[in-house]
Ligand binder design. Sequence first.
Ligand SMILES: Cc1cc2nc3c(=O)[nH]c(=O)nc-3n(C[C@H](O)[C@H](O)[C@H](O)COP(=O)(O)OP(=O)(O)OC[C@H]3O[C@@H](n4cnc5c(N)ncnc54)[C@H](O)[C@@H]3O)c2cc1C
Ligand code: FES
Length: 255
Amino acid sequence: MAHLIEKPLSIARDHLLLKLRCDGAPAPRPGQFVNIKAAPGTDPLVRRPFSIFDYSEGIMEIVIRVVGRGTRLISEFCAGAQIDMLGPLGRGFTLINGGRALMVGGGVGNAPLFFLAKELKRRGTSVSFVYGARTADLIYCKDRFASAADEFLISTDDGSEGRGGYCTETGCKLLTGGTFDRVYVCGPTPMMAGMVRLAADNPAPIEVSLENYFGCGVGLCSGCTVETATGQRRACVDGPVMDARAINWDSLSER
Ligand SMILES: Cc1cc2nc3c(=O)[nH]c(=O)nc-3n(C[C@H](O)[C@H](O)[C@H](O)COP(=O)(O)OP(=O)(O)OC[C@H]3O[C@@H](n4cnc5c(N)ncnc54)[C@H](O)[C@@H]3O)c2cc1C
Ligand code: FES
């Protein structure tokens, strides 16, 4: 259980920031997620998974993009509301000490990379961050992202802010122009698959945080199964963070 400290705050078109106090729960690691019940009872039945955007001393922040019934119900939560929430769940990102990290985020998939960037910076890692969005009015918390990175670039598909074109292209230019110890990617499945394809010849390990459909979120239903080089894996317990090069991206994009 957690409770909402203040009314969900609008941070961009269709995007809200939820600030929760979650006393008693273990501190999360970057890349883990929480599973929220959008309403009491059975409609909607399954919880909705969300990445952790930030966490400090019992206060967790989550970015919600309102896309359907569950996220709409969550957007209507009132200040002080008790939130039926499980977590932190899943396997987070590999944390490195020192060196250089490249992060490439797409849309709401930038959210878990913010928490990661802050943590890596604390560990002395130099962070280059490419923040991708479809268009300027979907960009949220820009100043917070910029302050968590040593190098921060915005890329919009339509060129309305920052560089024009896909964030994967900007990310790949940075990757080929420098030496990175690890690459972290989160966003829509085709965007993550594209980044892995563009970086095929680069030796840096790449981790992605998958945002495919989840059912139970705790390893019981197999609704989130992903084909990998080492067999079928459940994204909710074996991920959501996985080795990008081990994933069979064709099988994911067929869904
Ligand atoms: C590990 C993980 C972390 C996530 N982190 C975040 C986050 O930080 N912030 C955030 O806003 N969302 C995040 N998501 C996605 C979020 O869980 C879904 O958007 C949400 O469950 C949709 O619920 P709904 O009832 O509003 O939409 P529904 O009514 O279930 O669906 C509405 C529309 O969204 C599509 N949709 C629903 N879920 C997904 C999905 N997982 N992937 C692609 N399309 C989907 C449906 O096809 C439909 O078109 C994450 C998902 C996962 C698995
Ligand atoms: S969502 Fe049920 S096993 Fe992963």
